[in-house]
Design a binder for this molecule. Structure first.
Ligand code: SF4
Length: 454
């Protein structure tokens, strides 16, 4: 079982990934729990594929597994609290079944936090840094097969899901004031082009229809590789994969979004008309405090350029409210930015100080810190503004026919996405999993569209 949440997409999403119906004994069952961003989701997907490759089966409940892996996130305090709650649960299981092996994995551990956690969490057997899939795999106590190659890149899905995330780059070289990712995931490391093309080919050959290339600053991919290839070149290469239906990438940084990349997304038919470009704040002073490296004017000019080339592009962004130093007037500028740009979707988070970051030091200064209830008020205000905007944008889909790639079933309805990543539900007796459906939209709301298949 895998549980997934998002650091820049704050909702929890519970996804029982695989049914629990075979007779595999507890000694060869794993329980994998994931919280965090798409990078963690991707790491967990790769671990699942690798564990199944050595003879493990998933368990629906942690008490039914001999190998428990918690893939953690520390980008927000709320994610850490969730993990601490989960650790309490698995501690009780360890008491009942002392032979259970427990691994705490991911950003909470980071490259060098083992020594901090080990004395506080004696029931955890191992602490493993983010993305180290091979290291977690090597800890599995009862494999029945040996892997003849490393678990990275993705190894032999039996049946790949419709949509698969492929990490193309690890780490981040930026020093955004509020972010622990550079501390936890280290410097940027791009994966070579040939390796990625081969990996995508293998995943698509196993049934995936949609590939999302992942990186913390995905548009900077390649700058650290020999010959400095660009994301535009990688898109061209991956786009040629036989049977690939859709290609996306995230998360982009405004400073790396080149004209060539925009032109490439517009030109390649399988590249979907959607870009996620976090702006984080709509005020220049706050952007400077955040060390984002651009101004509001530059960001808006970039949006205009993108929309000139692709008028129907769906734009999504991330915003943090309540960063230290964000005055009421600065917050009003962020509200204004939402009204100006009219994003399709905005992931809004209230600032929470992460130890070791520059913003945590700023938060400690009473003159700069924003009160907790004020952060909540700003978050709610922004959510209401965005709900109104998204309602209006989505209302324009009423009566239109959209092409939906169906991901699966959800509460008796088929669930899929448009090219612009709008969630669409429809009812139909046939199995639509992995197929493209032409859906006429009959109902719209801020978060999803409903329609009938033609
Ligand atoms: S770009 Fe900034 S927010 Fe994004 S991962 Fe890097 S440091 Fe964190």
């Amino acid at each position: 079982m895998t549980e997934i949440a998002f650091f820049n997409k704050p909702e929890l999403l519970l996804t029982p990934r695989l049914p629990d119906r075979d007779s595999t004994p507890r000694s060869r069952r794993y329980y994998l729990w994931t919280v965090g961003c798409q990078m963690n989701v991707s790491d967990s997907e790769r671990l699942e594929a690798a564990l199944q490759g050595v003879g493990y089966s998933p368990a629906a409940r942690p008490e039914d597994a001999s190998f428990i892996v918690l893939n953690s996130c520390s980008v927000r305090a709320s994610a850490e609290e969730r993990i601490l709650g989960k650790l309490g649960e698995v501690q009780a299981i360890k008491r009942q079944h002392p032979d259970t092996k427990i691994v705490l994995w991911g950003c909470m551990v980071g490259p060098d936090n083992q020594s901090i956690f080990a004395p506080r969490l004696p029931f955890v057997d191992h602490f493993v840094a983010p993305s180290a899939v091979d290291e977690v795999l090597a800890l599995a106590p009862n494999p029945i097969y040996q892997l003849d190659e490393p678990a990275l890149p993705v190894r032999d899905w039996q049946h790949a899901p419709v949509s698969v995330y492929v990490p193309i780059q690890y780490g981040c070289n930026m020093t955004c004031s509020y972010c622990v990712i550079p501390l936890r995931r280290g410097r940027e490391r791009s994966r070579p082009l040939a390796e990625l093309v081969e990996e995508v080919r293998r995943i698509v050959a196993r049934g995936a229809k949609e590939i999302t290339l992942l990186g913390q600053i995905v548009d900077s991919w390649g700058h650290d590789l020999p010959g400095r290839p660009t994301l535009a070149e990688l898109l061209e290469a991956v786009h040629a994969t036989p049977d690939l239906v859709r290609l996306r990438f995230l998360t982009s940084h405004p400073a790396w979004m080149t004209d060539r990349l925009i032109e490439t997304v517009a030109r390649l038919p399988r590249c979907q008309p959607e870009l996620n470009i976090p702006v984080q704040a709509g005020d220049n002073h706050v952007l400077k405090l955040m060390r984002r490296g651009y101004t509001v004017e530059r960001y808006v000019a970039l949006v205009e350029k993108i929309r000139t080339v692709m008028p129907d592009i769906a734009l999504t962004t991330d915003i943090i409210v309540g960063h230290p130093g964000e005055t009421e007037a600065a917050f009003a500028n962020t509200v204004q930015l939402l009204e100006t740009v009219r994003f399709d979707k905005v992931h809004i988070a209230a600032f929470s100080a992460r130890p070791g970051t520059r913003a945590a030091e700023q938060e400690a200064q009473p003159a700069l810190a924003v009160a907790e209830d004020e952060k909540v008020r700003r978050r709610r205000t922004l959510e209401q503004v965005q709900e109104r905007i998204a309602t209006a944008i989505n209302a324009a889909f009423l009566g239109r026919t959209v092409t939906v790639l169906v991901e699966g079933e959800s509460k008796g309805k088929w669930r899929g996405r448009t090219g612009g990543n709008k969630l669409v539900f429809f009812e139909h007796p046939d199995d639509w999993t992995g197929r493209l459906a032409q859906v006429q939209i009959t109902r719209t709301g801020p978060w999803a569209l409903v329609g009938s298949v033609l």
